[in-house]
Ligand binder design. Structure first.
Ligand code: PFF
Length: 462
């Protein structure tokens, strides 16, 4: 969306852009590996449950905050605080200001490590394209070894990715690209289903499906709730202020609850398909694969064995790269639009300054499997540690504060307006509004707080 604050030309435009930004590495790369770390089916069930009771209410809340203030998260908070400037607990309320700043800082750090993984995707895309076009041999394990041992290669790939994102956002064509990602998504889903069918024909499939879908609650740990909560927010892009920016472009007539429902269900479906594809592949060998490398250790091997594998491989990684690109654009655009609105930066300057900051921040995760491989924090490599810190701690806290802002600082009249019937959609909006407020008040905060407390216990138990 351009410099002036317009609204989405069509409803489809909003969906394509919102789904284009929500759908990304979180669905295909991160979801399977955290499911694997948390014992499979029970975690999947927990995740799906949380999408509905936490994810959707908060997604709707962020969209409403954006639409009522017509601003990105930093200015949106200023605006709602302005309305409460004479309230008796003003000094407590004004601390909410930190939410805006915190969300944008989260975007910056997440973009930095997201760019590193996007670089990994580019690596496989290049390797498989070379195998397809110039017949260079492709060996999945060798490719991964090359990547992990060669930190500077990761730095190079990361900078290529960041440069692409910077150029797109600086030229102000991101809406077009995000829409393109949205259009590409059905193609990706078809490809995923095709590959999943292939994967289901493997001998390991029954065991893999049992692991992925059969809920064995005894395999959950104290940290599982926090991991599931964090992942729901990450995959739906909640707590970053991105959906606030998107909401600010929604027309007054858009029926927000349905928008939230559609984005959340589409996103979850894709994650489930990714799991069905990946688990049979992961369980082929004797030693189970896990951790951030899981996707890259398993799926490329499939392309080595099936007919026309390299062609499918290139297709898969092109789609995955576009998904990573759409999400990265969403992250940088959120940082840039907030910097412009609240700090008065010009667009191009904001893009280069934040892109440059991301690059510097990305050096550490990019070098974490080579130069800094000795760095371990709490038994984890640096990349995993950073991922956990941001997603299992930072996002739940940001989401918790967001829920309070929406509940207590956005007026009831403004909230109700988002649930009003319009001529196109007929719903019993009173009832839905009641459920939504109930979820925000009685489910979101208690569940997030419980998740945080359990994680603290887990640290002390270690
Ligand atoms: N939701 C994206 C994913 O699942 O990969 C990640 C993301 C994109 C988070 C954009 C936040 C954001 F603003």
């Amino acid at each position: 969306m351009g410099a002036g604050r317009g609204t989405w030309g069509t409803r489809l435009g909003f969906y394509l852009a919102a789904i284009g930004s929500a759908f990304g590495l979180g669905n295909i790369w991160r979801f399977p590996y955290i499911v694997s770390e948390n014992g499979g089916g029970a975690f999947v069930l927990l995740y799906v449950f949380l999408v509905f009771i936490l994810g959707m209410p908060l997604l709707v809340g962020e969209l409403i905050l954006g639409r009522t203030t017509r601003s990105g998260v930093m200015r949106a908070i200023d605006i709602v605080l302005e309305d409460h400037k004479n309230s008796p607990n003003q000094s407590r309320v004004s601390k909410m200001k930190w939410l805006g700043i915190g969300s944008v800082v989260l975007c910056l750090i997440v973009l930095a490590y997201y760019a590193v993984i996007s670089g990994w995707v580019l690596h496989y895309l290049t390797q498989l394209s070379m195998a397809l076009i110039v017949n260079v041999s492709f060996e999945a394990d060798q490719s991964l070894k090359l990547l992990l041992e060669n930190g500077w290669l990761q730095v190079l790939l990361t900078s290529v990715h960041l440069l692409v994102v910077i150029v797109i956002v600086a030229k102000d064509v991101e809406e077009g690209i995000e829409k393109a990602v949205g259009y590409m998504m059905p193609l990706f889903v078809i490809l995923l289903i095709g590959l999943a069918i292939k994967s289901l024909s493997l001998e390991s499939a029954p065991n893999a499906l049992r692991f992925f879908l059969y809920p064995d609650f005894s395999s959950l740990t104290l940290e599982s709730l926090g991991q599931a909560v964090g992942h729901v927010f990450f995959t739906l892009s909640i707590g970053f202020g991105m959906m606030v920016t998107f909401g600010s472009y929604l027309s007054d007539r858009a029926y927000i609850p349905i928008a939230g429902f559609r984005v959340a269900t589409m996103d979850s479906f894709i994650s489930i398909f990714a799991g069905v594809l990946i688990f049979p592949l992961v369980m082929v060998g004797t030693a189970p694969v896990s951790g951030p490398e899981m996707l890259f250790r398993s799926v490329p091997k499939l392309f080595q064995t099936i007919s026309n594998g390299y062609l499918f491989g290139v297709g898969f990684f092109v789609c995955l790269y576009l998904a990573a690109l759409g999400a990265s654009i969403g992250l940088l655009e959120t940082i840039v639009s907030n910097a412009r609105e609240s700090l008065g930066f010009r667009r191009v300057r904001a893009v280069w300054v934040s892109g440059g900051a991301c690059f510097i921040l990305a050096l550490l995760p990019a070098l974490s499997t080579s130069v800094f491989q000795e760095i371990h924090i709490g038994g984890q490599g640096f990349l995993e540690f950073l991922d956990g810190l941001l997603i299992n701690w930072g996002l739940p806290v940001a989401a918790l504060i967001t829920s309070q802002v929406v509940l207590y600082l956005v007026s009831d009249a403004q909230k109700k307006q988002a649930f009003e019937l319009n001529s196109e959609e007929h719903h019993s909006s009173e009832k839905i509004y009641g459920h939504w407020i109930f979820a925000l008040r009685w489910l979101v905060s208690p569940v997030i707080l419980l998740a945080l407390v359990l994680q603290v216990f887990a640290i002390f138990k270690r």
